[in-house]
Design a binder for this molecule. Structure first.
Ligand code: WT7
Length: 658
């Protein structure tokens, strides 16, 4: 455990503003009061099998009913809704064709150069069936892993749903990751096929995705990959390897529109999504069919209090869990209209988001604190020039939001009348865990407020004992929930160790440790403080410090590297790397730049250090452990406080200071 959760974010300790849901909001809401919320909480706590069982029967379509709700006989390996047969793609598409939503817009896509595409549920269903048959024509069968390395185009959502339709687990790799990072994930996941595009538009440039796939597959590095399906997007020439590579549009045009959804067992694998942990290698988080579907569905319905006429927009990328649960699966399972945007706000187009809200009359908007802080810095002139009166609800996700940014979001974007839901969750949790319910929960700027019904969250010490109100501790979940990750792909041991055995409860309890520090106030509100492990959160993107360190030491000039996070006003955290060089290598500006771009090549641009400090030595204990606490203080320009007596060589500290 590397940092003390009780010592972070002082400002939130002083926060005392409370916003009670307005009567107009509460009156129209599904869950209208704290009392109603509390009733649900009590029902879920006293009879969880009944609570979850009823919800699963009511909210999902089942080809065959489940026989049991939760099997927790072999913790931490949970099984939900055993015996049940269902299909996520069916729940997101087919059932809406029967219930009057066939001609309702399912997906509105806004391309970066300004092109727009709209799909009704009927049209989306058709596209997914075509894509599913295309995958089958490549020999992809139930259980085969399909990797996606895509820009934010409709085909990304279509491909995910097509995989789910035929029971092929998908592994979406964020299009900002490098060829090397993609290769690692293809190998680890034993992917049979890769779906990509000739390239994507990112800010004012194009990104050559297909070239990166070619590089990842070079020298037969991923022998399991037999096909590559390529969406034409940027229309730049790419090399197509005969027998392996196929154009999406060509293959699709040869398919039948008929593709019944595969009947899946509740616990069949739905997808793997890689995320960073405290050790070097990213973890393939495994989610399964029914539990994940239910959790994405329920949380979306509760938190966004979705209505038939809503136009909902989440600004995440499908490469992250937020895109999975709250661009694609949660909204579509609920029959909502979801907006997907290929672009990103940037200096040359600071009003991009607000224009889209105005243009599509977005009613629910879900984004990240880092974006809000960036807009806040630019001032309110640009947002004020747009008509955003269609908005009724605002959400935030990905990192702690500072009360100032929360207030700005509420006042400037929400016109002072939209509830703000700060949603805490993780790749591992499948869906949101702690969040206000807009019609029920009074909000406090900077707090994710209260756990959702059925979620027993707590703040504990290292032994798993609840700490007192307002004391810092580790954020944990005390009971299983349907959307929980099931394991780490290929590494159940690591799953057990990193999440369930990190804390040492005195009892035989199985407590899920999230990796975050938190505080609960006297009203039971959660204030999440950020990671307490060696994971940093840069603009809502999770990165393991050890991953970046491995990338640095893979450069021939580097002998040792230690990476720490530093508070950053915009990004939440920035990346600072301390590096020692191999003998004979000179410290030059060129080398620093080379190292930064080397990390970009190894992992992706999001992992590029903001600063690299080259020094003669790193501060270590006598047993050779790098003292990150000291490096964190140095990176932030803080006094090095606390005990430094275990330092092996005290002069190292003086050298680093200078
Ligand atoms: C980590 C999970 C969940 C989707 C996006 C990130 C941090 C997330 C909040 C929030 C404070 C938050 C945590 C968590 N985090 N949401 N509302 N308040 N912190 O998913 O990449 O799996 O990262 O993001 O530190 O552990 P992820």
């Amino acid at each position: 455990m590397s940092s003390d959760p009780s010592s972070t974010i002082e400002s939130v300790l002083q926060e005392s503003r409370i916003f009670t849901p307005a009567k107009e909001v509460a009156d129209k809401a599904r869950i209208r009061s704290l009392a109603e919320y509390q009733e649900m909480v009590d029902a879920a706590m006293s009879d969880p099998d009944r609570f979850w069982g009823d919800a699963a029967r009511k909210e999902l379509h089942w080809f065959e009913p489940f026989q049991s709700v939760l099997d927790w006989t072999n913790p931490p390996f949970a099984k939900w809704f055993e015996g049940g047969k269902t299909n996520l793609s069916f729940n997101c598409l087919d059932r809406h064709l029967e219930n009057g939503r066939a001609d309702k817009e399912a997906l509105i896509w806004e391309g970066e150069p300004g092109d727009v595409k709209r799909f009704t549920y009927r049209q989306l269903h058709e596209q997914v069936c075509l894509a599913a048959n295309a995958l089958k024509s490549l020999g992809i069968r139930k259980g085969d892993m399909v990797a996606l390395y895509m820009p934010m185009v409709p085909e990304a959502a279509i491909a995910m749903l097509a995989c789910a339709r035929i029971g092929a687990p998908h592994s979406v790799v964020f299009g900002g990751f490098s060829a090397e990072a993609l290769r690692d994930r293809l190998i680890d996941g034993e992917a049979k096929a890769v779906i990509t595009a000739d390239g994507g538009f990112r800010k004012d440039k194009t990104v050559p995705l297909k070239n990166a796939v070619d590089k990842a597959l070079e020298n037969d590095a991923c022998p399991t990959v037999t096909s590559v399906l390529v969406v034409r997007r940027i229309k730049e020439p790419v090399a197509m390897k005969t027998g392996r590579d196929h154009w999406w549009h060509e293959l699709i045009s040869e398919q039948s529109k008929d593709c019944p959804a595969e009947v899946m067992n509740s616990e069949d694998r739905l997808f793997v999504l890689y995320t960073s942990g405290s050790t070097g290698k990213p973890k393939g988080v495994v989610h399964t069919t029914a539990g994940y579907n239910l959790w994405a569905h329920l949380t979306f319905k509760w938190i966004f209090d979705i209505r038939e006429e809503d136009i909902y927009w989440c600004t995440a990328d499908v490469g992250w869990i937020t895109g999975h649960s709250y661009i694609v699966y949660g909204p579509l399972s609920n029959g909502a209209t979801t907006v997907m945007y290929e672009g990103a706000p940037r200096a040359s187009n600071p009003g991009a988001f607000w224009e889209l809200i105005q243009k599509h009359k977005i009613s629910i908007f879900y984004t990240a604190p880092t974006a809000i802080r960036a807009f806040m810095k630019m001032g309110r002139t640009v947002p004020d020039q747009h008509d955003m009166s269609s908005l009724r609800l605002l959400g935030t996700v990905g990192e702690p939001i500072n009360p100032e940014a929360w207030m700005w979001y509420r006042d400037v974007i929400g016109g002072g009348s939209c509830p703000v839901v700060d949603t805490w969750w993780q790749t591992e949790t499948g869906g949101v865990m702690i969040s206000p319910l807009p019609g029920a929960t009074p909000t406090k700027p900077g707090s994710a407020t209260l756990p959702l019904p059925g979620i027993e969250a707590d703040v504990v010490d290292t032994k798993g004992r609840s700490v007192d109100p307002d004391e810092g501790g580790y954020l944990v979940i005390r009971r299983p929930w349907p959307g929980m990750m099931r394991t780490i792909h290929g590494n159940p041991k690591r799953f057990r160790e990193s999440y369930w055995e990190y804390l040492r409860p005195s009892s035989k309890e199985h407590i899920y440790f999230a990796g975050d520090g938190a505080r609960r106030d006297k009203e039971g509100y959660f204030w999440v403080m950020g990671r307490v492990d060696d994971v940093i959160n840069v603009s809502g993107h999770r990165l393991g410090t050890m991953e970046i360190e491995s990338a640095l030491v893979s450069h021939p000039a580097v002998s040792e590297a230690a990476v720490v996070g530093r508070k950053d006003e915009l990004k939440g955290e920035g990346i600072v790397a301390f590096v020692t060089l191999e003998i004979g290598r000179a410290q030059t500006d060129d080398l620093v730049h080379e190292l930064i771009s080397h990390v970009g090549t190894e992992i992706g641009a999001i992992a590029r250090p903001d600063e690299i400090r080259i020094s003669e030595a790193l501060p270590k204990t006598r047993s050779g452990k790098i003292m990150r606490r000291i490096l964190r203080a140095l990176a932030s320009g803080d006094e090095v406080s606390g005990d430094t007596s275990t330092l092996e060589d005290r002069s190292v500290l003086d050298k680093l200071r200078s």
